[in-house]
Each structure stands twice: as C-alpha cells, then as structure tokens.
Design a protein around this ligand. Structure first.
Ligand code: GLU
Length: 425
C-alpha cells in the first residue's frame, strides 16, 4: 500500500503534486493500491474546502486511488494505541508545564545543546500519577537504541536516542501529535512504501520509534524527495499553474522529467509507469524552469486532438482547434491561445497608420460575397477598393486577426471564414 498524505492547510503546491504523482506511478508499478490520507488533525490550520480541492486536483491529473480518508476520523485508534503504550510502560503521562519545558529548552540553548526532555515524569509512580490533578500530555519513552533506516534516495541514517527523545504523542486535549498520528495511520493502512518530501526525513526516526514501540515489525521503505527550488511565488500552487494555461498532462510530464533521466522528453503518466525508476531521481536540489514547462506544454497542445483543443478554447468546431494549433507557432499555454482567439473576435475600430484604408476594407468585407479561398477574396477586395501592397495587407490582417503580424493569413482565413460576420463587426 502506498499513500499520499496532504494537509488541507493551504493550496496544493507543485512539490506536493510531484509527491502524489510519484506515489501513483510507483503504486501502479508495484501493483499496489494508493490511498489518500487527508492530514487534518491540526484543526486550527485546516482551511475549509481544501480537502475537496486536493481531490479535484488529483482527478484532474487522473491520479486514481483506492480510498480517501480523513486522519481526524481515526482519533479513537490513536487514543487506543496510546493507552496500549501507557499500559505497557512504553509511554508515560507528562505533567510538565510550558514554563518548565521552556526552562529546559533555555538551559539546553545556553549550553549549546539540543533540547532533550529530562525524563522527570517517567519516574513518577502510578500512585503519584493518580494523585496529580493537572493537565497532562502523553510522551513516548526515549528509545533504548539508535534508530536505523535507509532511504532509497538519501542513504543510511543512524539516529541516537537523544535525537529521537521522549516526545509527546498525545497533546493536552488528548488529540495526537503529527508524528504519532502519521506513524499509527501508516501502520493501520498497511503502508509499505512512503514517498514524501525531504522535509519529513527528520520525522522518520520518531515515526519508526512509535511503530517499534507498538511492536509493529513490518519494514516500510522510504524515498524522501529533494526540494525543487526557484519556483516563482505566483506559480507555486497547482491551481495557479492550471489558471495560467498549463495542461495537467504537461505539468505531470514536467514533474517526472525534472531532475530525472528519462528515455524520452514528452510522455504521458501512463507511459512513465513503464520505465520510471524512483531511485534515479536526482538527490540534488533541482531548479524549476518555467521555459522548459512552457516548451513541454506546447508539445502537449500540439499533440492534442483538435476537437478537444477547440472545446478547451470554448468552441466545438474542428476549425478552431486547427486555428489553435497554428497559433502554437507563437504561444505555449492555453491561456495565451484563448487570448489569441479572443483578439480575432474582438471588435476592431481602427488600424494605426491605415485609418482610411481600414474603413474602406471593413465596408468592402461586410458587403463581400462568401469566398472559400483567400486568394479569391483578395482579388475581389483589390478590385473593389483598389488598395494594394501594405495598404491592403496590413489593415486586412488586422481586421481578420486583430494583430499586425502573425501566422500565414491564408491559412488563418481558411479556418475563420465561417465566422466573418462575427469577426468583421
Ligand atoms: N501532511 C504532510 C504534507 O502535507 C505529509 C506528511 C507525510 O507524507 O508523511 O506535506
């Protein structure tokens, strides 16, 4: 079982999408299921509706999964297992208040050492615990031995007991801490392989220690993905990228390509399942390259079925799909293509430098019979207006496309000729 565990606390970002994609691919390769676990136990940070939005994004990227669960629904299991740990003396009730913990922290800081819990409450007898009438947290005992694990990308880790420490697993309100909920859920969901961001490598020993304490012996494989840097702030969320006109298929293609050795440059996720190797992903920070993403997006638009492209542009006409493809000579995103098409249909009032020619041409075109072929139309206009060379070509292109330069006008005419009434208005 693989899992993708997003928090509904912000917009889904590019790195998080990359984690989802890799989990999806590897699950398919291993013929295992993928579950989505919405990590919503930090109630204060949750943003209403983000859970649904994350699932919508996953479906937009055709990332299918077995189930989607909310972590907060497992509270009773988190508490039950904490009780087990308390009974087996693998965890203890901790009454240390914030002031005392702050004192310990300050002391450690002064001595230039990391904070380590002094173990005071672990020494309290059961009788003493029963007598205390104060709020408490539940802390897991410090491990007795080093915690060792191997990460497929980052190598071997050997973490000392003091680095893991005796840490809280239940807070004062008896809700689980992040590491505890995560470790228990990975166990309950029978997760065998965890692919996630490198920022969680620090949590891994703690999570292994929790499972060890619960006598869970199944080994979980890890791959912590190195950061992507230089993502422009305004493009960091998946939503923003889509709004900018990048296709999900192109974004997915780019994220699999980034810092990777792939047999080809342009591919679908389904193809990537055939050859993707998680161990080949770069261990170094990779830079986000918007120009590369634009290039890939253009390639995906070029390969797209013309009717589908037309629908994405707001039409259901093969010709508009073809027109979109012609304009890919100039632009790379759906948003830019839409702007081009919009400009064609926008009302044009004059053409700079050719004001009188523009009026003449407009009237002529409005009265012109229908011509299938651009050369025929051109001949007719020349006859009617006596305009030639630049005085004809410049305002004519402008009237037909809303721009002074652009792709071959006869190719464009062939695709917009049925819309002249709307274009020349
Ligand atoms: N909830 C974490 C996140 O949104 C992921 C934690 C994990 O994968 O273990 O990044």
């Amino acid at each position: 079982m693989l899992r993708f565990a997003p928090s509904p606390t912000s917009n889904m970002d590019i790195e998080s999408l990359r984690v989802a994609i890799f989990n999806y691919i590897v699950a398919k390769q291993l013929n295992e299921d993928l579950v989505i676990r919405i990590e919503d136990i930090d109630q204060e940070k949750n943003i209403d509706g983000k859970d649904k939005e994350i699932l919508e994004i996953l479906s937009l990227f055709s990332i299918d999964y077995l189930t989607a669960a909310h972590q907060s629904d497992s509270l009773k299991y988190h508490q039950k297992m904490a009780m087990q740990l308390l009974t087996k003396k693998k965890a203890f009730s901790c009454f240390c208040g914030d002031a005392k913990l702050k004192e310990l922290e300050d002391e450690a800081k002064e001595n230039g050492k990391p904070f380590v819990y002094d173990g005071f409450c672990q020494t309290l007898s059961d009788e003493a615990v029963l007598e205390v009438n104060a709020p408490f947290t539940v802390r897991i005992n410090k491990p007795e031995e080093n915690i060792k694990f191997t990460d497929i990308l980052k190598g071997d880790f050997d973490v000392r007991p003091d680095e893991v420490d005796a840490f809280n697993i239940l807070k004062h309100d008896k809700t689980p801490t992040y590491d505890y909920a995560c470790a228990v859920d990975d166990m309950l969901m029978d997760v065998s392989f965890i692919i996630r961001s490198e920022k969680y490598i620090e949590n891994t020993a703690k999570q292994i220690h929790i499972r060890n304490s619960l006598s869970y012996t199944k080994e979980i494989k890890y791959a912590h993905l190195t950061k992507i840097s230089n993502i422009p702030n305004d493009l960091n969320s998946v939503k923003a990228l889509i709004e900018e006109g990048f296709l999900p298929s192109a974004i997915a293609n780019y994220l699999v390509l980034l810092g990777n050795k792939t047999p080809k440059e342009i591919f679908s996720l389904e193809e990537a399942i055939e050859w993707f190797k998680i161990e080949d992903i770069s261990k170094n920070v990779t830079n986000f390259d918007i120009e590369k993403l634009r290039f890939i997006n253009k390639k995906h638009l070029e390969q797209m079925d013309e009717m589908r492209l037309s629908k994405l542009l707001g039409f259901a006409d093969l010709d508009i799909g073809k027109l979109g493809k012609i304009y890919l000579e100039e632009v790379s995103t759906l948003k830019e293509l839409k702007a081009k098409i919009h400009t064609i249909f926008e009302e044009k009032t004059t053409c700079k430098g050719f004001e009188s020619e523009f009026i003449k041409l407009k009237t002529c075109l409005q009265d012109a019979p229908y011509y299938d072929d651009f050369n025929e139309l051109s001949k007719y206009i020349t006859n009617e207006t006596r305009l030639k060379d630049e005085s004809l070509t410049k305002p004519l292109r402008y009237l037909l496309t809303g721009e002074e330069t652009g792709p071959d006008i006869s190719n464009i005419y062939a695709l917009i000729k049925n819309y002249l009434g709307e274009i020349i208005k």
